[in-house]
Design a protein around this ligand. Structure first.
Ligand SMILES: C[S@@+](CC[C@H](N)C(=O)[O-])C[C@H]1O[C@@H](n2cnc3c(N)ncnc32)[C@H](O)[C@@H]1O
Length: 452
């Protein structure tokens, strides 16, 4: 059925989809409607019509859901970072559980039991990493904020309810400094300008702050003055790094770095351990929920100090270090060189001597350790990026058949896809969603897979 663009329809929302959006049907055609909630009746305008589905925009909410709340954020609609901000928090947890269930159903064509999503006690200001683009608006003014969803249009932020508050204050001070000294933001289209991004990482527990100024070229006007100003105003800043990114790319950080002040890294603690974090190293963005996540992962592994364990996609070694006192030996593999340097130091600083780290791609290093060095894991922790794991790694797992695989995933679609490939040999025992990213559409899962 063809739907007319801009034509209005009244529809009943029958579900919430993978992106948290509402789903309705018009004569069997599926319509995706952002900001709509299951059970609501809404008037929509069709904004895009495709062969099998269409996209609508709410023009009026006729019968609101009793789960609908007023979003406290002023820029929520333009920003789109918190897709579930208009829904009661407990309901967002239900929606996330359903998103995971639906991903499994789509891939495995059957129902998999998914536990209740573990929510966060205070689901605000949880992000320990702020990344604000600095650009040029239509009036040639320098602006700082967040990219509006799926665009590179910068929405100036007033107050972000998921960012760390100290980081927001510092970002605003840097922005005011840039304005005062006429230091321009970066014009992506023309490839000109000076400051591209302000990145701030905060140790939520240590309170240490790292500033990364991402610039187009090495020359940053008033650099000394900016460093001095920040140091004096915010004693919690432990280091300031300049990162040079001259490429025409969406990747935020460039290769080259210069430490302008301090050591070039910060520390934070997670559980009983202290972790060193460098600008390029991955570190979970919600440390409160990370502890919850890791405890479940370790609990699922049921280690008895006799096991050989692999921590694949190990970042700065956090999971392996958490598991180290329960296992005989741990091997961590990670592709980012700086992260492995951090991981080695983290093991040393935490007095852990039963862990080894390897830098390189899991798909290459993992089979190499198994085949050449004859290291056979009993348990494997697998924590890949959003795109999931790969054929070669999954094939290696199927060949060596560890007793348990604990798959930690921030993308239920690729999780389900990967588990489908190994489910002949592995029973999916548990799937536990954890709300690492409150009010956004994202959901993290820990899954326990046992050799059949
Ligand atoms: C979701 S993070 C998990 C990191 C760590 N386990 C943690 O909890 O902090 C995924 C990690 O995989 C790394 N990575 C991505 N592709 C990789 C690959 N092919 N081989 C090894 N590491 C990879 C990334 O650099 C990142 O550190």
């Amino acid at each position: 059925m063809e739907l007319k663009k801009n034509k209005e329809y009244i529809v009943k929302i029958i579900d919430n989809g993978y992106e948290g959006e509402g789903i309705a049907k018009i004569e069997n055609k599926t319509i995706f409607i952002p900001n709509a909630i299951d059970g609501e009746t809404v008037k929509i305008k069709i904004v895009k019509d495709l062969k099998n589905h269409a996209f609508g925009k709410i023009t009026e909410i006729l019968e609101p859901s009793n789960k609908r709340v007023e979003a406290e954020c002023k820029t929520n609609r333009q920003c789109g970072g918190c897709q579930l901000r208009h829904i009661e928090y407990d309901e967002t947890l239900e929606i996330k559980k359903k998103i995971v269930e639906n991903c499994f159903k789509k891939e495995l064509l059957r129902d998999i039991k998914v536990e209740k999503t573990i929510g966060m006690g205070f689901p605000y200001y949880y992000r320990n990493k702020l990344q604000y683009p600095v650009g040029i608006d239509n009036n040639q003014n320098t602006v700082m904020g967040v990219f509006s969803e799926r665009t590179h249009h910068i929405v100036p932020t007033k107050e972000c309810y998921i960012q760390n508050q100290t980081a927001q204050k510092i970002a605003d001070s840097i922005y005011q400094f840039l304005l005062e000294h006429h230091i321009s933001g970066y014009d992506e289209e023309k490839g000109i300008g000076i400051v591209r991004h302000i990145v701030i990482r905060v140790g939520i527990y240590s309170k240490e702050v790292m500033i990364i100024l991402v610039v187009k070229q090495e020359q940053l006007p008033k650099q000394k003055e900016l460093v001095q100003y920040l140091k004096e105003k915010y004693p919690e800043i432990k280091t300031i790094v300049k990162n040079i990114n001259s490429k025409n790319t969406n990747v935020i950080l460039g290769e080259k770095e210069e430490i302008l002040w301090g050591d070039g890294y910060i520390y934070d603690t997670l559980g009983d351990y202290k972790f060193k974090i460098s600008p390029k190293s991955f570190y979970q963005i919600n440390p409160v929920q990370t502890e919850v996540l890791y405890h479940i992962a370790i609990e699922y592994a049921k280690l008895t100090r006799k096991e050989t364990v692999f921590d694949l996609y190990c970042g700065i070694g956090t999971i392996g270090i958490f598991a180290s006192s329960f296992a005989k030996k741990i091997y961590g593999i990670e592709v980012v060189e700086d992260a492995i340097k951090d991981a080695k130091e983290n093991a040393k600083n935490n007095h852990i001597d039963n862990i080894e780290f390897y830098v390189g791609e899991v798909e290459n290093i993992f089979p190499e350790l198994v085949e050449k060095q004859k290291i056979e894991p009993d348990v494997v922790f697998l924590d890949p990026p959003r795109k999931g794991s790969d054929e070669k790694t999954l094939q290696t797992l199927l060949t060596i058949r560890p007793k348990k695989i604990i798959y930690i995933s921030c993308n239920p679609a690729t999780l389900a896809r990967d588990l489908k490939k190994i489910e002949k040999q592995y029973e999916i025992k548990k799937v536990q969603p954890v709300d690492m990213f409150p009010y956004t559409k994202h959901v993290e899962c820990v899954s326990l897979l046992c050799l059949k």
